[in-house]
Design a protein around this ligand. Structure first.
Ligand code: UGA
Length: 380
């Protein structure tokens, strides 16, 4: 291990830098999800890149893309990971259940999807010398940013900030704990067994095709962007959990996948690194997000009454065992340094396009608010 905390690039150790004289082969696991459906076209536009795009459902990955092999299958299917890791130079692992409404209601599925199901991916990449680009989460930092002595920090810094999760009974943290443990497994394979890896911690990436609209193409409670779009299109109030004082930093998905593409161009700089990807300049409260989204919506659909905001308790909205991050601001100094990347889009620039995309996909089909929420609502 080097004294600067960075692992020595395994490719350099093994004397086997990523071969660039032939096309780069990338396996994207979770290619049909929100992020995958933006990442695969971005990588397919890269010269000399061949992609195996794998997911149980690839509907969000629209159209035929050159150099992309579509594989509709579960990664647990016998022999599939074996075949993929044999072919690939780089394995990008995106699969997860990353919806907070499920962390306290289906924690065992969440832990399997974020940890147990991915152990074979790590082991195969280590055994075959593949570069694993693993998508973890900003949730690993927990409730708020603290330094090693427990003092507040403004931003979350990859190699410094402590991990401050809630008690086990607060099942919200089942996801973060599983993600954190997988990070530690990947790190240990890198430090002690030569795995080439990069761990990405995304901070509230938003954009078209995020999640689902309940009752149209999914059931339950999606993440906040889709919850608010559902409410706007259904003429229902936007529900602010515990008043919407909690804060998030939002990054536009196109800027996010641009950073990931830059990683693939800079393997040696990125091997052995953990990287936050987010936009610290878009740190807003959830109440502010609701107002900004309502504004963008009314600009495209003028004439109706002003959208209503209502407070709901976390207990009523998510049920027992929920907990929350109060504030989550990424330090992106490392990403900027290693990738020459800096996100530029503010909320006011990104929201009109996102709202327009939801309208094109769902308008007229999004009706009543999700029953599970409406039934438990406890508006104040
Ligand atoms: C989730 C995942 O757990 C993270 O791993 C992921 O990085 C992140 O989403 C993401 O989108 O990138 P979180 O930000 O808590 O984390 O998820 P959201 O469902 O988007 O909730 C954001 C905040 O809005 C939470 O405080 C939640 O309580 C609140 N919320 C949600 C509302 O006030 N109203 C709603 O209708 C929905």
């Amino acid at each position: 291990m080097r004294s600067d905390g960075k692992q020595r690039p395994a490719a350099a150790v093994a004397g086997a830098p990523l071969a660039l004289e032939r096309p780069l082969r990338v396996a994207v696991l979770g290619a049909g999800g929100f992020v995958g459906s933006h990442l695969v076209p971005r990588l397919a536009a890269r010269p000399r890149t061949k992609i195996d795009a794998v997911d149980r459902n690839l509907d969000k990955l629209e159209g035929e893309l050159p150099g992309v092999r579509r594989i509709e299958a579960d990664i647990a299917e016998p022999g599939l990971l074996d075949e993929l890791t044999r072919r690939a130079d780089v394995v990008v692992s995106l699969t997860a259940i990353c919806n907070p409404a499920l962390y306290n209601t289906r924690p065992l599925d969440v832990i399997d999807a974020s940890f147990s199901d991915l152990l074979p991916v790590v082991k195969l990449c280590a055994a075959r010398g593949r570069w694993l680009v693993h998508f973890s989460t900003c949730e690993v930092y927990g409730r708020t940013a603290l330094d090693a002595s427990g003092r507040p920090m403004r931003a979350m810094v990859e190699d410094e900030t402590a991990m401050f999760l809630g008690p086990v009974q607060r099942e919200r943290w089942s996801y973060a704990a599983a993600k954190q443990l997988l990070e530690r497994v990947i790190w240990a394979h890198g430090a002690h067994a030569g795995l080439k890896h990069t761990i990405v911690r995304p901070f509230n990436v938003i954009g078209p095709r995020m999640d689902f609209i309940p009752g149209v193409d999914g059931e339950g409670i999606p993440r906040v962007l889709a919850c608010f779009m559902h409410a706007l299109m259904a003429d229902a109030p936007l529900l602010l959990v515990d008043g919407g004082r909690q804060r998030r930093s939002f990054l536009e998905v196109g800027e996010f996948v641009d950073a990931v593409a830059r990683m693939l161009d800079r393997p040696l700089a990125c091997h052995g690194q953990i990287l936050n990807l987010g936009n610290p300049r878009n740190d807003v409260s959830i109440r502010q997000l609701a107002r900004a989204l309502a504004h963008a919506y009314r600009a495209l659909r003028p004439g109706g009454p002003p959208p209503r905001l209502e407070t709901v308790t976390a207990q009523a909205f998510y049920g027992a065992g929920y907990d929350d991050s109060a504030v989550r601001i990424p330090s992106i100094a490392k990403a900027t340094r290693l990738l020459s990347w800096r996100p530029r889009l503010g909320l006011e620039e990104m929201l009109p396009g996102i709202v327009a995309d939801y309208l094109a996909r769902y308008e007229g089909r999004a009706t009543a608010p999700p029953l599970a929420v409406a039934g438990r609502r406890d508006a104040r």
